[in-house]
Design a protein around this ligand. Structure first.
Ligand code: IMJ
Length: 256
């Protein structure tokens, strides 16, 4: 499905990451990949993960802290040298201060707000802009969001506000980049037990509760998110841009 295509994945932390499930789906579909990791802390773990699971060709592995424009530029310089083009970007990055996910929303600090917005929202714009010259044949940009953008989910707090801004950014980017043949969409998975969800108070009970209330009677699996990302990165989704697609066993449709 993606033979001859080149893509980059931002936000791989470990084997539980949605970015990992997405990476596997894209690699199995024949894509040439660049994979970025936040910093040295993740490097050796990610090398092992890739060595153990991904087939040839080996991905281009690059450090990228999305708060640093020079590191982002370096990623695209390396991709340009190796592949001379880019077809898709997967952005699977979010961060808020722990305290802002534990206390009441109204206690959110100015700096906590700024951190969540910069890491979780601005980073999409920051990785999209320098990619445009490489997306010579058009392209697809995919980010990850969550229902807490539209509904109140206890403790999601500032991340809900950030995801609302992210979904809006998807629409504005889709509007601008449409004329260059670049599509921009978001996937909105149901809760998955990743590093970003673990340690959240009551998460296990929350998973069980959500499962009971979904039309499909099951929790979201990483592979389902990987396959939906594959669809959005492929030409099968060529008519879709600016959209948020739920991969949540249907949870979000229910009124009761
Ligand atoms: C996160 C917090 C509160 C409730 C939550 C989540 N629910 C779900 C998540 C119900 C599903 C996971 N999620 C969708 C996220 O986007 C998580 C983002 C996140 C998680 C952490 C934990 C560790 C930390 N900062 C974080 N920043 C963002 O220090």
């Amino acid at each position: 499905m993606l033979e001859g295509k080149v893509g980059v994945v931002f936000g791989l932390a470990n084997q539980h990451s949605l970015a990992w499930h997405i990476t596997k789906a894209l690699a199995e579909a024949g894509a040439n990949l660049a994979i970025t990791y936040q910093n040295e802390r993740f490097e050796s773990k990610i090398k092992k993960l890739i060595a153990g699971h991904l087939q040839e060709p080996p991905p281009l592995l690059l450090p990228c802290n999305v708060l640093d424009d020079r590191e982002i530029e370096n990623v695209y310089r390396e991709i340009g040298q190796r592949f001379n083009k880019l077809d898709f970007i997967v952005h699977s990055i979010a961060f808020a201060l722990r305290e802002d996910l534990e206390k009441d929303f109204y206690t959110t600090s100015r700096s906590g707000f700024q951190t969540a917005m910069e890491v979780s929202v601005y980073s999409l714009i920051a990785v999209a802009r320098p990619a445009i010259p490489l997306m010579k044949e058009g392209g697809s940009i995919v980010t990850l969001t969550y229902l807490g953008s539209q509904r109140v989910v206890p403790n999601y707090n500032i991340m809900g506000v950030a995801k609302a801004a992210l979904e809006s950014s998807v629409r504005y980017l889709a509007y601008d980049l449409g004329k260059k043949g670049i599509r921009v969409n978001a996937l909105s998975p149901g809760p998955v037990n990743t590093l970003s969800a673990r340690g959240i108070k009551g998460f296990t009970g929350f998973l069980a509760d959500v499962r009971e209330h979904t039309p499909l009677q099951k929790n979201t699996e990483g592979s389902e998110v990987g396959d939906a990302a594959l669809f959005l990165c492929s030409d099968l989704s060529r008519g879709i841009t600016g959209e948020t697609i739920f991969v949540d066993s249907g949870y979000h449709i229910k009124g009761y």
